[in-house]
Design a binder for this molecule. Structure first.
Ligand code: NAP
Length: 264
């Protein structure tokens, strides 16, 4: 039997338009991911939480038709569930979920109060890890109804390299990697791939304080390219991981860090 998807490529104009939910699409990497999918003809649910104006601007600038805005605080499990169902209903199904939204708050262990330590761990794990698990759980019935699809998680180099000033962040991303690999096994029988992309520093607001601060040059020098990633470079990896061509690469974690950290 010939699988027609095996000979297709995302650049072919006759490839079907997919329904894609991107969390944290109001800015940064999520915005670039939304633009990359829309650029190949997909319909996007642009998720936002606090940046309404910016999400509306992202929506207005996306090429193509059929895009929608969806809102949820991802720390609220019920809101996540409603948001996923809302996206699927308004897009006419769901083929791809990109768990991109995240938070990165400094809480150096020797300089942080007990209360702030508690708050940092609760918030970071809720948004970066548990929300991705919840969004995936609620997306699965829609992906199965679509006959298969992809979940792509935006993880981080910090899962492997360590995050001394943001240990909850590193732990949340290591957890996200482990979650994705467990789900890859669980969902393969339904032709759903689950993967991660693990960027090093990326030129977004999340990294601005570090990149514009006194340590910025040292961070850029971590890569032999002498720079950090552009959001579009992360989006390109996400686009491939969500493609039918990448289905058999399920469970993988793709580094986008300019060789700043090479894990074995
Ligand atoms: P960013 O510019 O700070 O954008 C964060 C996005 O997440 C925004 O769209 C924001 O939505 C959303 N978000 C944050 N908290 C939320 C919450 N509680 N509920 C719902 N949405 C929430 O970040 P970014 O740099 O694009 O990062 C995107 C992903 O890449 C994150 O998972 C991050 O950990 C990962 N990453 C980033 C870097 C880097 O250097 N930038 C490196 C490695 C990995 P609103 O603005 O609408 O609230």
């Amino acid at each position: 039997m010939v699988d027609s998807r095996a000979v297709s490529s995302p650049s072919q104009p006759d490839e079907k338009s997919r329904a894609v939910l991107v969390t944290g699409a109001s800015r940064g990497i999520g915005r670039a991911v939304a633009a990359a999918f829309a650029g190949r003809g997909d319909r996007i649910a642009v998720h936002w939480s606090t940046s309404r104006d910016r999400a509306e601007q992202v929506l207005a600038e996306l090429p193509g038709d059929g895009h929608v805005l969806v809102r949820a605080d991802l720390a609220d499990a019920e809101a996540v569930g409603r948001m996923v169902d809302d996206a699927a209903e308004r897009l006419g199904g769901l083929d791809v979920l990109v768990n991109n939204a995240g938070v990165f708050t400094a809480h150096p262990p020797l300089e942080t109060s007990w209360a702030d330590w508690q708050a940092a761990w609760s918030r970071t794990l809720a948004v970066n890890l548990v929300a991705a698990a919840n969004a995936t759980f609620r997306a699965v019935p829609h992906l199965i109804a679509a006959g298969g699809g992809a979940v792509v998680n935006v993880s981080s180099r910090g899962a492997f390299r360590g995050e001394p000033n943001t240990p909850a962040y590193g732990a949340s991303k290591a957890g996200l990697n482990a979650f994705a690999q467990s789900m890859a096994i669980a969902l393969a029988p339904h032709d759903i791939s689950v993967t991660c992309v693990a960027p090093g520093f990326v030129q977004t607001e999340m990294a601005r304080e570090v990149l514009d601060g006194p340590g910025g040059d040292a961070v850029r020098a971590q890569s032999p390219y002498g720079r950090v990633a552009r959001p579009e470079e992360v989006a390109a990896a996400v686009l491939w991981l969500a493609s039918p061509d990448a289905r058999f690469s399920t469970g993988t974690i793709v580094d986008v860090n300019g060789a700043s950290y090479l894990r074995s």
